[in-house]
Design a protein around this ligand. Structure first.
Ligand code: G2I
Length: 443
């Protein structure tokens, strides 16, 4: 979390506001805006993080949670017959306590299956029995508690053919209809979805999905919806996005945007963040425009809890909140699309800490102080390290560290931060074990 210093006029008489949970005091939470439009605004979450600022934001801003990993086969049945529901139960309990929906994710997938299952050799009958048992066990456990299930995940190749998976290879394409049928038997009230990526626009893959849903409906297989994951790239929201949502809706199924994030090449800049906000708004507007689009879930709400940097080298900053839990322009774009009046916080200077590069024992960090509607003639930034980090050298600031407490003040030449301007300083430090980002105060 970062603290935002709000200045009255141009003087440095600072009032410190605890920011992070909301963009600013007057903002209406996204979940209230979404509810007023009859839409869901959700986020994927990690159960162990649901405390402190992360928990506050997840609970206050979203009306739906999707467990990011906690309901996957590898998590719930790591060895055959041994079940671990701890994280999934925790997320469901958190959601109930915060009056949120839960979207179950996911029952049938080619990835994140336990080794005993993925590496086993099974006859079709055994495989079918394993799948039925898995679906029945997991769906029954959460019967009546989940709004929806991503029953089948990522069944297609990019060219629209079926992906070669444990399931397809062993059972043929009808594993999809069977999985839906078993899930429906275990919880008739949960909405059952097929979910995939790169199916946001009209293309070969989304058309294969469309044809599948059409034939499942014709056969009377219980299918309620289609999940468009929407792991998008900056500036590349497909032009046929809304048209594609509409064609699925016209088949008589719901559509959910299930895993939205919009990645950019790092470092992020103001221009990229502005483009990202426009992209988020395009996605939100398309869902708002189609009645049967039930809502949008972001795949992690903060850049500190996103899969992108781990998988796409050099990319990140894909979510609506930065790694210090400050809402980004994308957050305000979501709010605007949901009918909120969203002006960026005015009269504020903020300090944002980030790790620029990290190696086995050391790292380079930076802090950016930016002002909008306010200015500074001198500044001082402080934080407390939580994991024994030790600063060895700083540039463009004078930094001292006493125990875990760091204090940095401006150099002779960069104390002035103009309205609309920013100043950055850097440092080298050591770390071991972990290197969590500290809470930074500007004052
Ligand atoms: O890959 C992004 C998403 C694509 N659509 C389906 C989603 O289920 C998928 O989610 C991601 C999770 O966000 C990641 O957190 O699925 C990844 C695996 O395919 C998840 O990554 C895994 C890491 O690969 C593991 O090393 C790690 O142990 O997360 C695990 C739990 O943190």
């Amino acid at each position: 979390m970062r603290l935002t210093a709000v200045f009255t006029g141009a003087t440095a008489a600072a009032a410190l506001l605890a920011a992070g949970a909301t963009a600013h005091a007057a903002d209406i939470p996204l979940r209230d805006l979404a509810a007023a439009k009859g839409k869901v605004i959700g986020t994927a979450v990690t159960g162990s993080k649901l405390t402190g600022t992360y928990g506050d934001i997840a609970g206050a801003q979203f009306n739906s949670l999707t467990p990011g990993n906690a309901m996957k086969w590898e998590t719930v049945e790591p060895s055959r017959g041994t079940f671990n529901w701890a994280e999934a139960d925790q997320i469901v309990a958190f959601a109930q306590a915060h009056n949120q929906q839960v979207r179950g994710h996911t029952l049938v997938w080619h990835s994140q299956n336990p080794g005993w299952l993925a590496n086993g050799s099974w006859t079709p009958t055994e495989l079918s029995g394993l799948l039925q048992n898995h679906i029945t066990t997991e769906v029954t456990r959460y019967k009546g508690k989940l709004a929806a299930w991503d029953v089948v995940n990522e069944a297609f190749n990019e060219d629209g053919t079926y992906r070669s998976t444990l399931w397809y290879n062993g059972l043929g394409s009808d594993y999809i209809a069977q999985a839906l049928t078993w899930a429906h038997a275990a919880d008739p009230s949960a909405k059952l979805y097929i979910n995939d990526y790169n199916v946001e626009g009209v293309n070969a893959k989304s058309t294969a999905l469309y044809n599948l849903v059409k034939s499942l409906k014709a056969r009377g297989v219980p299918i309620d919806g289609v999940g468009l994951q929407a792991h998008l790239i900056l500036g590349q929201v497909p032009s046929t996005f809304q048209q594609n949502i509409q064609r699925f809706a016209d088949l008589g199924v719901d559509v959910a945007i299930t895993e939205l994030d919009i990645r950019m090449q790092l470092p992020s800049t103001d221009a990229k963040l502005t483009q990202q906000a426009a992209d988020y708004k395009t996605v939100m507007d398309a869902c708002v425009a189609v009645t049967r689009c039930v809502g949008v879930t972001v795949w992690g709400f903060t850049d500190s809890d996103s899969w992108i940097p781990d998988v796409f080298d050099g990319y990140g900053a894909a979510t609506p909140y930065d790694e210090n839990y400050a809402p980004k322009p994308a957050y305000r774009a979501i709010a605007t699309s949901l009918g909120g009046t969203s002006t960026p916080p005015t009269g504020a200077c903020t300090a944002t800490y980030s790790v620029v590069s990290q190696w086995n024992s050391g790292f380079t960090g930076q802090v950016r102080i930016a002002c909008s509607g306010a200015s500074l003639s001198s500044w001082k930034v402080g934080w407390t390290y939580g994991a024994g980090q030790q600063i060895s050298q700083a540039w463009n600031a004078t930094c001292t560290q006493s125990g875990a407490t760091v204090s940095c003040s401006n150099a002779s030449y960069n104390g002035t931060v103009a309205d609309g301007g920013s100043v950055t300083f850097g440092f080298n430090a050591s770390w071991s074990g972990s290197n969590p980002v500290p809470t930074v105060t500007l004052g």
